[in-house]
Ligand binder design. Structure first.
Ligand SMILES: NC(=O)c1ccc[n+]([C@@H]2O[C@H](COP(=O)([O-])OP(=O)(O)OC[C@H]3O[C@@H](n4cnc5c(N)ncnc54)[C@H](O)[C@@H]3O)[C@@H](O)[C@H]2O)c1
Length: 262
């Protein structure tokens, strides 16, 4: 028995075994959660995510996995309805761990070059999808649910190189708060974890990423970088009934880096 025993939900954003979503799923599995997954459309993506799921060594050797491009709202509605049915009619939680921005604008000193198209795409994929997914999840949550998204400190402070992604994360965090208000009376909570830098596929596209890791190790109160597992375990708290009083929050799991003024 774990704190997630009897709960079923969707984990969106596993790309490989280094993804934040992978660590979240690992922690959820350790607490007894039933999980359903999606991958970006295409055979190559399907194989890559399947390999990552195999590496999770889940009890369920054949976890539910469907293609989903989060910019396609009809597909979101279909996939969520199918997932709810597979879960016996109710979704208890949703993990939104996706983001995208054209990496040519994630270079130090290139924020002002961001095109309209790149700006809107970053916000659409990285922030608007939290709204569209929450809307699709609500009818299946039926009285209780917990939704979680992933952010980064560059939403709040200027992190050179994070650029348009920082703007998208600020939008994501504000979206979380407005959703929390409109979903709270239905018993649905919405929170964000602001995670420390972690070497993932997406992170590799951010200019100056190595420096972010070095600064956290050097200046954070814990004097080290965060482990993916630590974000996974914090996610369990927010997604489980241990977190029933918490909604609309951005919780930092960053070795304490964000409290520092110097
Ligand atoms: N790695 C870090 O340092 C860090 C720090 C804080 C927050 N985050 C956030 O964590 C989340 C997960 O990123 P990650 O670092 O694990 O990288 P990742 O590359 O492993 O995961 C990003 C995921 O986004 C998915 N994605 C992109 N566009 C999509 C679309 N249109 N439809 C569906 N899925 C789409 C990708 O398929 C991938 O699974 C992101 O929101 C990211 O911004 C990452």
């Amino acid at each position: 028995m774990g704190v997630m025993t009897g709960k079923s939900g969707l984990v969106i954003g596993v790309a490989n075994d280094r993804s934040y979503a992978w660590y979240i799923a690992k922690s959820l599995a350790a607490q007894g959660a039933k999980m359903m997954f999606t991958h970006l459309p295409g055979d190559k993506m399907a194989r890559r995510v399947q390999l990552a799921l195999d590496a999770m060594e889940l009890e369920d050797k054949d976890p539910w996995l469907r293609p989903l491009d989060a910019t396609n709202e009809d597909q979101i509605a279909e996939v969520f309805a199918e997932a709810a049915e597979a879960a016996g009619g109710k979704l208890d939680y949703l993990v939104h761990s996706i983001a995208f921005a054209d990496r040519q604008f994630l270079e130090i000193g290139r924020f002002m070059q961001t095109t309209r198209e790149a700006f809107l795409q970053a916000i659409e994929v990285s922030a608007y999808t939290l709204l569209s997914m929450s809307r699709a999840a609500r009818p299946h949550m039926k009285g209780s649910g917990s939704i979680l998204a992933m952010s980064y400190y560059g939403a709040e402070k200027v992190v050179p190189g994070y650029n348009v992604m920082g703007v998208a994360k600020a939008t994501l965090e504000a979206t979380c708060r407005y959703l929390a208000l409109e979903m709270g009376r239905d018993g649905v909570r919405v929170n964000v974890i602001s995670g420390g830098p972690l070497r993932t596929l997406s992170a590799m596209g951010v200019g100056g990423f190595g420096q972010m890791l070095d600064l956290v190790a050097e200046r954070s109160p814990l004097g080290r970088n965060i482990e993916g597992t630590e974000v996974g375990d914090a996610a369990v708290w927010l997604l489980s009934d241990l977190g029933t009083g918490v909604t609309g929050q951005t919780i930092y799991v960053d070795s304490g880096y964000s409290i520092m003024g110097m």
